[in-house]
Design a protein around this ligand. Structure first.
Ligand SMILES: NC(=O)c1ccc[n+]([C@@H]2O[C@H](COP(=O)([O-])OP(=O)(O)OC[C@H]3O[C@@H](n4cnc5c(N)ncnc54)[C@H](OP(=O)(O)O)[C@@H]3O)[C@@H](O)[C@H]2O)c1
Length: 262
């Protein structure tokens, strides 16, 4: 275990791309005995502003991340990536094991169906898309930009695809439209969107958290079937559920000091 004294700053690599990472970055930036850097994959054109210095782009697999941890003398990696960002999370587990660097993951609890939900759960995006009916349907995709090639396997449907940045759709998706919007989203607005487009099916990843839950609530209100993709399996690692819990975990071990008395 590495314990920071008041003289030695604790060097932290925060793997981001989520609201939890943005919230934690703000708190870490106020810590006196912390030197933290936020790492983003570089997928979005205008990422949320960060209170921490930011580095952008992949490390180059496990080897690249291992080299980075050594070069920057990182003592703690906080994996606050999205629950579906399985590759970088597995790389973080491997690189921390190789270097002996401490690792903590922030993993929001998954959503669970409640009364009124009509979910069909799947182990992959491919399986969720394949489960849509043979007849063309009006389908809302909350699967993100990276799933667009998979939607092309069932091009007969009229997709409404929510994306963070504008995207050119492939010719195969002749009947698809995009809605460009960044969360957090509201249930009432999603319900109106689904009604306006006569949506019959929602494709979703079980992201958990509040920011993207509106589509699930809207589907419940309107009696729409949700094809829900379960989370990918990840190697075991220490986990907390929120930025607050991550700070408490760090305080226990490293006695962080905030200039705001937090
Ligand atoms: N997947 C989703 O549904 C989703 C949703 C919202 C936000 N995000 C965010 O978008 C980013 C990419 O997600 P993904 O699903 O494409 O990840 P992924 O499949 O797990 O990662 C693919 C590769 O991208 C690079 N990478 C990913 N996250 C990185 C980070 N925070 N900093 C530096 N490099 C990173 C790594 O490249 P190298 O191997 O070269 O290091 C990694 O091997 C993540 O930051 C994630 O939190 C993802």
């Amino acid at each position: 275990m590495t314990t920071a004294t008041t003289r030695d700053a604790l060097h932290i690599l925060l793997l981001g791309g989520t609201t939890e990472a943005t919230a934690l970055a703000e708190r870490l930036a106020r810590m006196k005995n912390v030197r933290a850097i936020l790492s983003l994959a570089g997928r979005t054109a205008n990422p949320a502003p960060s209170a921490l210095p930011v580095r952008v782009g992949g490390f180059g697999g496990v080897d690249g991340l291992t080299a980075y941890l050594r070069q920057e003398k990182i003592a703690l990696v906080i994996d606050a990536t999205h629950p579906f960002a399985a590759q970088i999370s597995a790389n973080a587990v491997a690189a921390c094991a190789i270097t002996g660097v401490e690792l903590l993951a922030i993993e929001r609890p998954a959503w669970a169906p409640i009364a009124g939900d009509n979910w069909v759960e799947h182990d992959s995006i491919e399986a969720a898309v394949a489960a849509l009916p043979d007849e063309p349907q009006d389908v809302f995709s909350g699967l993100g930009r990276q799933a667009i090639p998979t939607l092309c396997r069932a091009p007969r449907h009229r997709y409404l695809i929510r994306v963070v940045d504008p995207v050119d759709l492939p010719d195969a998706l002749a009947h698809a439209e995009t809605v460009v919007s960044r969360g957090p989203f509201r249930t009432g607005e999603d319900a109106k969107l689904f009604a306006d487009y006569d949506i019959r099916y929602v494709l979703a990843k079980n992201a958990g958290g509040a920011a993207a839950y509106s589509k699930i609530e809207a589907a419940r209100q309107l009696g729409i079937t949700v094809h829900m993709v379960r989370r990918p399996d990840l190697p075991p690692r220490p986990i907390v559920a929120s930025a607050d819990e991550a700070l408490a975990w760090m305080n226990e071990r490293h006695h962080l000091r905030s200039d705001l008395g937090v």
